[in-house]
Ligand binder design. Structure first.
Ligand SMILES: [Mg+2]
Length: 195
């Protein structure tokens, strides 16, 4: 279901500083894993289950750092999965309510464009086109970024960061986002991780 809210107009009317950027996080493989402990980044304990998803979910061990980053940096936080909405809403809610990882918006398979099924891509509706959040939040598409552990789900030419499997994958992506959103706070939590 598409939102008809014009956030730009809303913020102007509220006299609140507009957010300029939107960062889109893939869910499975970035925020959590559906398969048991795929690597060291994911805590090997089942912490999330949903009434409509019988599978156990393994959370990214660095989710707490992500939530601290969210609290201290201003941008639209979006989660986008190729799971069907009925299967991901409960996980989305638990990320917010139980793990303080609060997103502004959830997009699911129903918001994806048609693509080609290859490798681990299990649905043809798998393309996460950044024009969707750009239009929804009235942003320049150049100010939107997709973070995904799959390479086949982004639109060629749009901003894309491949989320790796390394031990410091979350820190690395937060450093990248910090630069992308032009964070000027020299004391913010990711600056100490600078190379
Ligand atoms: Mg993924």
């Amino acid at each position: 279901m598409k939102s008809n809210v014009n956030f730009s107009k809303f913020y102007k009317s509220m006299n609140v500083k507009e957010k300029k950027y939107a960062i889109v996080f893939d869910m499975n493989g970035v925020l959590f894993s559906k398969s048991e402990c795929i690597n060291d980044n994911f805590e090997a304990k089942p912490v999330l289950t949903g009434s409509r998803t019988s599978k156990i979910i393994y959370l990214n061990a660095s989710l707490q750092i992500l939530s601290l980053f969210f609290e201290s940096h201003s941008f639209y936080k979006i989660a986008w999965t190729t799971m069907m909405r009925k299967n991901c809403e409960c996980i989305f809610d638990q990320l917010k309510n139980d793990f303080n990882c609060s997103f502004d918006k959830l997009y699911s398979q129903e918001d994806c464009k048609e693509g080609i099924m290859t490798g681990n891509i299990k649905t043809k509706f798998c393309i996460k086109d950044l024009r969707v959040p750009a239009e929804n939040f009235a942003l320049e598409i150049e100010n939107c970024l997709l973070i995904d552990d799959s390479r086949g789900k982004n639109v060629e030419g749009q901003n894309f960061y491949h989320f790796g499997k390394g031990k410091n994958a979350m820190i690395e992506v937060l450093k990248y986002i910090d630069k992308f959103i032009e964070c000027e706070d020299e004391n913010c939590l990711v600056k100490k991780f600078r190379d």
